[in-house]
Design a protein around this ligand. Sequence first.
Ligand code: NAP
Length: 319
Amino acid sequence: MEHRKVIILGTGPAGYTAAIYSARADLEPLVFEGDEPGGQLTLTTEIENFPGFVDGIMGPELMETMKKQAQRFGATFERGRATSVDLSKRPFRVTVDKEREYTADALILATGASAKMLGIEGENELIGRGVSTCATCDGFFFRNKRVIVVGGGDSAMEEATFLTKFASEVVIVHRREELRASKVMQARARSNDKIRWELNVTTQKVLSDGTKVTGLRVVDNATGETRDIPADGVFVAIGHRPNTDFLNGQVEVDELGYIVTKGNTTATSVEGVFAAGDVMDSRYRQAITAAGSGCKAAMDVEKYLEGEMAHDWSVTMNA
Ligand code: NAP
């Protein structure tokens, strides 16, 4: 069984930055890439708000660059997803893809968050046949077609606006009259002629002809009336949930399922296990904040392995 000083789970900005910092600290990290190497940014197009890129940078390119930077300092990457961990004793044990086992003195959890689903009839069965959670990935398939975007947050506004490049019509379906999205994103969507609004409705069923999506059935919250909105695609953009199932309750999480970290550190409820990025951050969820917390996690691991933090952990946490 392979043993490492530090194993990092996840390869979004948090995992990559943790890899860069821990590799530069000679900790020779082993990084598991998970189901989505590069994380959510590989599903986006241009990133305009990551500092250092005057003209923006494409998400996949930014992630690939971070990976190469970590490799340059000796981080190793392996395909595979952690399916379970044993944190009851040290070294910690990590099982990858249900078969390969590894041990580590310290762990950095940077497994991010995944798209939430509506949980309505037809949704799961039609994934890949008209139901999608990623406009950037699938928008191209809806050229001159009608699509629906479900959600009232920034993601929904962004996806809907993006989809107008391809689709003939985009209908935003949201469960309330008010949108959660920021003013600027709302304004952008509202000024787009191709976008139509179905507000204050509850989604009931994804409709299909047996093979592909034909629309979405909604119930009007004000009148109770049911109506079918015809569409070739339904994009679900209702937020994300943190990827913590593999932890099987061994690390403390908050009421939304995000890992709880202690004080101004990345320490979790298990000594020697640290968390960074979207898996512990339900508030900011930005590439740059994830990268920042990945840096913190690597620095915390370094201190932890040096034994400096072990005895005064609580002091550091309360600082
Ligand atoms: P979000 O802000 O949590 O919004 C989720 C939306 O989906 C809300 O409108 C919510 O309705 C709705 N929703 C949630 N569960 C639902 C369900 N079961 N059925 C129907 N509707 C449901 O998530 P997000 O839009 O993904 O944004 C997450 C974070 O990323 C935010 O901080 C956002 O600002 C940021 N973000 C920024 C950008 C950007 O600046 N370029 C782009 C994307 C995301 P209610 O409003 O009724 O709760």
